[in-house]
Design a protein around this ligand. Structure first.
Ligand code: NCD
Ligand code: ZN
Ligand code: ZN
Length: 478
């Protein structure tokens, strides 16, 4: 039996290098061809994309599915439904669950749960806290590694924190051997605590406002990034730093990239979209917003880093907590949890930035699709709409003005830190491997449609300054 064909008709295909009026012919799970709109080729099914943009399906390297252990907040089904609604077709989730993913057995247990539930293609970053497990986890198919430098209480689990330079060096060396990427949440924890206590000693309240201010201080991130980069230069591990919003760290990262150090940089929108007013209005839902958005120099530095490619990737940090859980953060920010759901609003939020002239559309598309695909070594199978690519795409209505609402979300916690905000542009249909997974406001596939994405070892490509221009960063190991 021949494979079914689908024609996406009348849309504008948006790629990192620009837009083009092309139809898309899909055969089975793959893109078969880009068609001239006047082409007479027919298909078994047509999807009308007139007036819409067609983007490659979004790829996120920063999902917190909360499974296992915190399924009251989220699980693989609800997180992947939220992702599909937001235009995502692939995500990679994080090890700060209970028990944390630190052994092959725990990784395989997690994988079995996700295989039954997840509706987007998915991978998992395991925690590299046990040196002897690192090669075994890589051999078992881990997508990569993730550790934190921030600590305190859950979700910043002290068991997953690595900050001591000797441990960093041995961990990076072991991961470098695997050829897999390692995601790091950089943070100078002891410096942060000292600065926070100094503020409280000066008379500021020990509350979420003071916390947010100190948590986002440039030195707290810059110092951590400086140490990580120096350890990385010794080992060649492929590192991705997340939450990157501190201008002082951009300087160090740009230099490291120019020197050929294999580092990629991701930021997540809450740091530069949630304001002091949001914290006053919403409390811990808007943490760690506030400090960055009220500083025009910091905002300008972020837009510039996104424009030049010092920041490669916009990830979601989709990190849902129940609203009740956030009261603990308001009582004691040093141990309380914070984090927020992001899948359903992220693309709209960033398209609004494009509409406002803060960011070029091509850079946004690159940061949400091609750049993360390259980190995983799956480009152009994913992260592109080229003949032979997986037919993973999102249709966007670019002019649709809408307001996200608490209580109307796919994510289990069912709230959004962007509640009531006017956003311009909305994903309206998501397709994964030729099948519509979200359309007409509904999830359209059964649990378990997603497939696992194994880690792909890559050699760092040191011949170019990575990330400074789209189209390159890391080439597959031959
Ligand atoms: C994340 C979480 O809740 O798991 N919290 C957060 O601050 N966004 C963990 C993290 O990404 O640091
Ligand atoms: Zn983090
Ligand atoms: Zn996170």
């Amino acid at each position: 039996m021949s494979e079914k064909t689908v024609r996406i008709r009348g849309g504008r295909i948006q790629t990192p290098s620009g837009g083009a009026e092309n139809d898309l012919l899909i055969r089975g799970e793959k893109v078969a061809a880009l068609l001239d709109p006047s082409s007479r080729i027919s298909a078994d099914r047509e999807i009308d994309a007139a007036g819409k943009w067609v983007l490659p399906g979004l790829i996120d390297l920063h999902a917190h599915t909360r499974s296992p252990g915190y399924e009251e907040k989220e699980d693989f089904l609800t997180s992947s439904r939220a992702a599909a609604a937001g235009g995502y077709t692939t995500f990679v989730d994080m090890p700060n669950v209970e028990p944390p993913t630190v052994t092959v057995e725990l990784f395989e247990n997690k994988r079995a749960v996700a295989d039954r539930l997840c509706i987007v293609d998915w991978g998992h970053f395991v925690a590299p806290t046990r040196l002897d497990e690192i090669p075994k986890l890589a051999a078992a198919g881990a997508t990569g590694f993730k550790f934190f430098q921030v600590t305190g209480g859950y979700p910043h689990d002290p068991r997953l924190a690595i900050a001591d330079p000797a441990r960093l060096l041995e961990t990076f060396s072991a991961i470098a051997e695997t050829g897999l990427p390692c995601v790091v949440h950089p943070f100078a924890q002891t410096l942060f605590e000292s600065l926070y206590h100094q503020e409280v000693a000066k008379g500021r309240p020990g509350d979420i406002h003071t916390f947010s201010d100190v948590y986002t201080r440039d030195i707290v991130w810059r110092l951590a990034v400086a140490i990580l980069l120096e350890v990385q230069r010794e080992t060649g591990m492929r590192m991705q730093v997340v939450h990157t919003h501190a201008p002082g760290s951009f300087r160090l990262l740009a230099q490291a990239k120019a020197d050929g150090v294999p580092v990629t940089v991701a930021t997540d929108p809450k740091y530069f979209h949630l304001t002091e007013e949001d914290i006053r209005g919403q409390g811990a839902r808007a943490i760690p917003g506030g400090a960055v958005t009220r500083d025009p120099d910091r905002m300008a530095a972020i837009w510039e880093a996104l424009d030049t490619g010092v920041i490669d990737i916009i990830d979601s940090d989709h990190a849902p907590h129940l609203l009740d859980d956030l009261t603990l953060m308001e009582e004691d920010p040093l141990i309380g949890p914070f984090g927020s759901p992001h899948y359903e609003d992220l693309l709209s939020l960033m398209l609004t930035d494009v509409a406002e002239g803060n960011l070029r559309l091509g850079r946004l598309v690159h940061a949400l699709t091609e750049a993360p695909a390259r980190v995983l070594g799956i480009y152009p199978r994913k992260g592109a709409l080229l003949p032979g690519s997986d037919a993973d795409l999102v249709l966007v209505d670019p002019g649709l003005v809408h307001q996200p609402q608490d209580g109307q979300m796919e994510c289990k916690s069912n709230w959004t830190p962007y509640h009531g905000r006017d956003l311009v542009g909305k994903p309206v249909l998501t397709m994964l491997r030729g099948t519509v997974i979200f359309g007409d406001g509904q999830v359209a596939v059964e649990p378990g449609y997603g497939r696992y994405i194994s880690g792909i070892p890559q050699e760092p490509d040191r011949s170019h300054p990575a990330g400074m221009h789209p189209g390159l960063s890391l080439s597959p190991r031959s």
